[in-house]
Design a protein around this ligand. Structure first.
Ligand code: MSP
Length: 511
């Protein structure tokens, strides 16, 4: 039987600085989704990478005194290293300077041109280099020193330039029809409403080439009748990475099932991107999910405030699985959220050391000590086993529904409910007391606890790939029985379990 497919992407980061916690957060959340889909029997393609052209990168390279290509070649390394440290299970790390991508963008341009959607004109308006975005006058605010600011709070400059335009205005009705027929296209709902209102307010044509610098993909063909060299607008180039990563204009992985992006770039993904695709006659992605912003103790991370944290240092300090767990558990996916060392210590000690770790450690060490490490047989289900079973039935359904709805935090709520039920079952049946009075019953209680633990750890895998693998080894779960489809297949009685070792030690603030 062929597996259903799932193609998921992150935004591609600008490598004009080191990766920060916001990048780590997006990579982790998307990786959790990709891993969950694989666990649930999907054939997954997961794409991530870097966005390397445009004025912003050109300026950063100049400031560093390097040619832009050498600059990005250097700057991309910490992004790749971070993905490695975070356990990001991507299938391709795309760079927009990759040869196949450049060719694809030019082919995409030609399709849009063939459809009559590109024309030469002159752009006069506000541009933010930081956002690589054009804004209408009405969207701007005025900052302290009279500087005009974009809705993202970045400075804008008055720009006058010959450029190619894309007839975005012609797509207003088709975009509104898309939103109305597919309200799931933009998630969560709050972002959907924002985007619909933006489009309903009217769309101007979009300037899609630049002539004032050359660090970009050249507009193809006889495309410079004005005698100037045009390079493509960096967002057209960047968005097309999702097609390159799918295998090209007719790529086997297209359309994407899910684009995971931050709330600041939803407009590009939910308005410009579908319009470009419609123009080129291509299928649209199924969903754009706009996650919230990660804040450091409630404050925006910025170099000037000096609160930019190196995510690689966080991994060193807390361990990758604690960081992954914390970010998915503490932040409601879609909302802004905050992190601090204290919160990470507190949350992971409560959930992992006291919760899952304690459950596994206590039951496994009793089996090692009292039963020679041999997996015990389960007994007839009594009242407390039935209660446990019910809690797990409800909990598993809630977990699966939440994961499928991309409510990662709700899935972890459901999972922690199961941990509480299993720890409650263990305490109520006190197998340590049964060890002295009724060894047969003790064995049954341990068997039921280990099975509950197995289910919890299977479902925790997308969030904590490393520690769950170690725990599943200790629980005697075979490599091919670790998927959702294996949830109802218990470890057979009589299996010899390895010696248990704690996987989630408590941590303290001072390391
Ligand atoms: N290069 C563009 C995206 C192109 S996608 C075709 C870009 N790059 S970025 O480096 O500025 O941001 C990359 C991703 O990180 C975006 O989805 C952005 O929203 C996200 N985040 C940047 N700062 C963030 C936080 N503080 N918190 C969470 N995500 C944040 O935009």
């Amino acid at each position: 039987m062929t597996k259903p497919r799932f193609y998921v992407t992150t935004a591609i980061a600008y490598p004009n600085g080191r990766p920060h916690m916001g990048h780590a957060y997006e990579a982790i959340a998307t990786d959790v989704i990709a891993r969950f889909k694989r666990l649930d029997g999907f054939d997954v393609r997961f794409l991530t990478g870097t966005d390397e052209h445009g004025l912003k990168i050109d300026q950063a390279a100049r400031a560093a005194g390097k040619p832009p290509q050498s600059y990005v070649d250097e700057m991309v390394a910490p992004f790749r290293d971070l993905d490695e440290a975070l356990g990001i299970s991507f299938d391709r790390f795309i760079r927009t300077t990759d040869a196949d991508h450049k060719a694809l963008v030019q082919a995409l341009w030609q399709r849009m041109a063939a459809n009559g959607d590109l024309y030469l004109g002159r752009y006069e308006g506000w541009y933010s280099v930081r956002d690589e975005a054009y804004y209408d006058e009405g969207e701007l605010t005025t900052g302290e020193d009279g500087v005009k600011l974009s809705p993202q709070g970045t400075p804008v400059e008055w720009t006058v330039e010959e450029s190619w335009f894309f007839k975005l205005s012609a797509y207003q009705d088709r975009l509104l029809a898309l939103y109305d027929s597919q309200p799931d296209f933009i998630q969560p709902a709050s972002r959907f409403n924002e985007m619909r209102a933006f489009v309903a307010g009217g769309l101007s044509d979009l300037s899609v080439s630049r002539t004032s610098f050359t660090w970009g993909i050249p507009v193809p063909g006889d495309a410079s009748p004005d005698g100037k060299i045009h390079v493509m607008y960096v967002w057209l180039d960047a968005l097309a990475n999702y097609l390159t990563g799918a295998g090209g204009l007719d790529g086997e992985w297209w359309p994407a099932d899910l684009h995971v992006v931050g709330k600041d770039v939803v407009r590009f993904h939910a308005v410009y991107w579908p319009a470009f695709l419609m123009s080129a006659g291509l299928t649209l992605p199924k969903t754009v999910f706009g996650h919230g912003f990660l804040l450091n103790r409630g404050e925006k991370m910025s170099k000037s405030v000096g609160n930019v944290v190196d995510p690689a240092a966080m991994v060193e300090r807390f361990g990758v699985d604690r960081l992954r767990w914390f970010l998915c558990r503490e932040v409601a996916f879609g909302d802004d959220g905050s992190y601090s060392d204290e919160a990470i210590v507190e949350r992971t000690n409560a959930d992992l050391a006291n919760g899952i770790g304690n459950l596994a450690q206590r039951s496994l060490s009793m089996v090692a000590k009292n039963l020679g490490g041999v997996m015990p047989r389960r007994g007839e289900a009594g009242e407390s086993e039935l209660r446990l079973k019910n809690a797990f039935h409800t909990g598993t359904d809630a977990y699966l529904a939440a994961m499928n709805a991309l409510a990662l935090h709700k899935a972890l709520d459901a999972l922690m409910g199961m941990v509480t039920a299993a720890n409650g079952y263990f305490a109520e049946n006190a197998p340590w007391a049964l060890a002295k009075t009724d060894v047969a019953r003790m064995a049954e209680v341990l068997a039921a606890t280990l099975d509950a633990t197995r289910r919890i750890v299977i479902l925790a895998q997308p969030f904590m790939p490393g520690s769950t693998a170690a725990l599943l080894d200790q629980l005697g779960v075979a490599g091919d029985a670790r998927e959702i489809s294996g949830l109802n297949t218990p470890v057979e009685a009589g299996v010899q379990l390895p010696l248990p070792a704690g996987v989630f030690p408590r941590i303290t603030l001072d390391g």
